[in-house]
Every structure is written in C-alpha cells, then in structure tokens.
Design a protein around this ligand. Structure first.
Ligand code: ARG
Length: 459
C-alpha cells in the first residue's frame, strides 16, 4: 500500500478498506491526461516563481520519462498505488528525488481528478465525433447512390407510402447530424479548465490559471473553485448525447435486422459482419446489429448511474464522485466500438433494389395518390378516401393491386377515373410528385443532398 496522506494516521488501512477505496484499477486509463495536466501545472509553477528552472526541468523530464516508459510497456502501472495520481507522484519521487516532492504544490487531487476526467472526456468526445463523422459521410454517399431506389415507407410497420432508400437513410442522416452538433455544444460548454481550484477554495499561491488553461487547450479557467471540483455535468451531458446516438443506432439496427430477414429480403448483410448457428447450418445471423441494439441499454445505464450518484452530493468534492469513472469509461468504449462496427456493417450491405421496389409496389402504398387523383378531379378528400377504400377492398378480394385494375373496374366504383390514373399511381410518379423540401422526390432529395454537402464542407 502506498499512500500520499499517511502522516496523520497511526494505523495501517484495513486491506479491504484499501481495496474498496482505491481507484487505480480504472483511473489508470487516464494516465496520459494525468501526466499532461501535471506537466502544464509544473510549467506554470515555474513561470510564477514557485519552482526554479532547474526543478521545472527535472520534474518535466521525470514525468516525460514515466509517460514514455508506460507507453512503451517498460513501466507497469501497479495496483499497489491508491490511484493514478499517487502512482505518478510516487514514481517521480523515486526517480528524481526531492524535486519530485514539489509537484503537488498548489494542487489537490480534487482539482487534479476534475482536470483528468475532463481531459479524458474531451479526448473521447473528439474521437467519438470523428467516428460519427465517418458514418455521416457514408450515409451521405448512400443517399447520393440511392436517390432512385424505391422502397416502401412504413407506419405501424404496415406499408404506408412509397419512398426511396436515399430518403430513408436521409432520416438517419438528420439524426446523426443532430448528434454531431450536440457533441459540439457539449465541447463548447465543457472546455474550461478546473486546474488551480485546489481542494475546493482555490490556493494561496499566485497560480496563473489562464496559463494552465491555455497550455491544455481550454478556452479559459473555470470561475468557481467549488463548482470546478464537483462538476461532472459534462460527463452527464456526454452520456446523454451518447445515449441518443445509441438510440439512433439501435433503431437503424432494428430496421437492418428486419430488412435482412427471410421475410423482407431487402438487404443482405455481408458475411464479414454476420455469424452462423452452431446447430442450424443454413443460418446467417445479424448478430452485430443485435449487439449494437443490445448495448444501447448499457450506455443508458451509465447515464442513469451518474445522474443518481450526483443527485445528493453536497458541495464540494465527495468520494461518491469516484463512481463517475468505470461505467462512463465503459460507455465511451462501447459507443466507439458500436459506431465503428455499425459503420463497417452499413458500408458492406448489399441492397436488393428489385425486392425493395417490388415491395413498394405491393401493399397499396399508392392508395393516397389514388385519392389525391380524385381530389385533383374535384372530389372532396373525404369522399375520395372512401372511394379508394372501396378500390382497395375490391383488390384484396381479387388478390390484385391498384395498378392491375382495368379502367372499367375503376369506373364501376367511380366514373371520375380516366386512363391517366395508371400514370398517377405508378410508383415512379408517387415518389417523383413529392417534391416539397424534406420529401422523397428527386428534386427535393437533390436539394437536401446539396445542403448536406455544404454542411460537410463547412465543418
Ligand atoms: N480517486 C479519486 C476520484 O476518482 C481522486 C480524488 C481523491 N480526492 C480525495 N479527496 N480523496 O475521485
């Protein structure tokens, strides 16, 4: 057991207490951020005259040496230290002696851990954002490719109206763009540096908090030292944004699973992204999509956990806050993994355009257009709705589609129908006529794709 705070104690910590209290098994994940934060702190201490240039040099070289050795595997982060902060400080003192004992001047583990968590979260946000952007670019490409690929649109999982694959993917594109902008908002709100807040009440040293903030890429220092050491809003906000990303991925996965089923056969998931059955030789299962859908609950769990942990904590730091890490780190890793795998799966899917188009033609997806035809010929919409209802009933009875009816059959139900009804209810017309912005018609879609292209170029 190696503790930084033993001076005041007369007894060794009970081993179970030590284990329960220690965080090194999980906070070692941010060893790099911890050392980067320490190096900025040391540079600032030297600049304000608290450390000599010589001490600064020794400590910086010492920390850099520890960082290199951890990264090249020659130094193991041992569980015999309470946390990553103790590990770095103790190793530094071992290696460089007395100068190392000055590292923690004007700092508490409370502002240190607040900084580490923020730096780590910021790094994770950036890498998740870049995974998300890759996925967005693929969606953009698929939209361009499938502007003319007809498919049925569903409500209540019943065929509703025809649309295109570009339009369907475009719906997810909008969700992912919102996700992306949520990440940017969080970044802007969180990017203030807590270092220099001390345990809770700042310090008596003349620290230059602007300097450390700027060395570490923050917009500036945080403005209240109590808030700084007890704020985990940015973790909650990010887990919230990640939960929404997972919800979007999960819905997309659900559709991919349906589309890939024997009943739909709209798509085929690539062999590289499918798995087999140990007993049924014919099976090719969409496990990746199911796992992404399944892991969504895990990310929601992390969000719920931290919200609950934080809700009763009086100001300022309390040890409850150590619980901010394990599930959060797991959620960051889970989302990164899910985004990468989902993206790989989506890129390699084969779309069976013929099946999708055929399906769009069946199931009376053009019934609304038949009603609109009547409206355009002076029939009030409510009457038109009822007439087309009769047509549908007639077709169901004969097991045919609206396109298969003869003009005589149409006229028997309403004399308003003329020969141009066939063109009016063709799948192509049904889609092409829908050209208000946001609709699946080609002109509308081209417009949206151009807007998205601009969005990507302006990032
Ligand atoms: N391991 C602790 C955490 O994660 C570091 C802060 C310790 N501070 C303290 N006052 N005990 O929150």
């Amino acid at each position: 057991m190696a503790q930084l705070w033993g001076g005041r104690f007369t007894k060794e910590t009970d081993q179970l207490v030590y284990n329960f209290n220690a965080s090194i098994s999980f906070d070692k994940k941010f060893y790099r951020q911890d050392m980067e934060g320490s190096m900025a702190h040391v540079k600032m201490l030297a600049k304000v005259g608290i450390l000599t240039e010589q001490e600064e040099k020794e400590i910086l070289e010492g920390i850099q040496g520890i960082l290199n050795d951890v990264e090249n595997g020659s130094l193991e982060i041992s569980d015999k230290y309470e946390d990553i902060h103790s590990f770095v400080e103790a190793t530094l003192i071992d290696r460089i002696g007395d100068a190392g004992k000055k590292l923690h001047t004007g700092r508490s583990r409370n502002d240190q851990v607040a900084l580490d968590m923020k730096l780590y979260t910021r790094d994770e946000l950036i890498s998740i954002r870049s995974e998300l952007l890759d996925l967005i670019k693929t969606c953009h490409g698929l939209m361009k490719e499938h502007i003319g690929t007809a498919m049925p649109g569903f409500t209540h999982l019943q065929k509703a109206q025809p649309l295109t694959l570009a339009h369907h993917i475009g719906a997810y594109m909008e969700m992912f763009k919102r996700d992306y902008s949520r990440l940017n908002d969080i970044y802007d709100r969180m990017n203030y540096c807590p270092l220099g807040s001390g345990a809770l009440a700042g310090t008596t040293y003349p620290l230059d908090r602007e300097m450390t903030a700027s060395l570490l890429g923050f917009y500036g220092p945080t403005l209240n030292s109590m808030d700084s050491v007890s704020d985990r809003d940015y973790v909650i906000e990010l887990l919230n944004a990640l939960s929404i990303i997972m919800m979007h991925l999960s819905r997309f996965c659900e559709e991919i699973i349906l589309w890939n089923s024997n009943e739909y056969q709209f798509i085929e998931i690539d062999d590289a992204y499918s798995t087999g059955s140990s007993i049924m030789p014919q099976k090719k299962n969409p496990d990746i999509a199911e796992l992404v859908r399944g892991k969504t609950g895990r990310v929601y769990g992390a969000l719920n956990s931290i919200l609950t942990t934080m809700k009763g904590i009086p100001l300022a730091y309390n040890k409850d806050m150590q619980e901010d890490k394990e599930l959060t780190f797991d959620a960051y890793d889970t989302v990164k993994g899910c985004l990468a795998l989902f993206h790989g799966m989506l890129k390699t899917i084969t779309f069976h355009k013929d099946v999708m188009e055929k399906s769009a033609k069946n199931g009376f997806t053009n019934a609304t257009d038949a009603a609109d035809y009547l409206v355009n010929h002076g029939v009030p919409f409510r009457d038109a709705h009822s007439i087309v209802g009769q047509l549908v009933l007639y077709c169901i009875d004969k097991n045919i589609s609206l396109d298969d009816m003869t003009l005589e059959e149409y006229k028997a139900i309403s004399p308003v129908f003329e020969d141009d009804i066939y063109d009016a209810i063709s799948i192509k017309t049904c889609i092409e006529k829908r050209n208000t912005i946001g609709a699946p018609g080609r002109t509308a879609m081209e417009n949206v794709i151009a807007i998205n292209q601009q969005w990507l170029e302006n990032l």
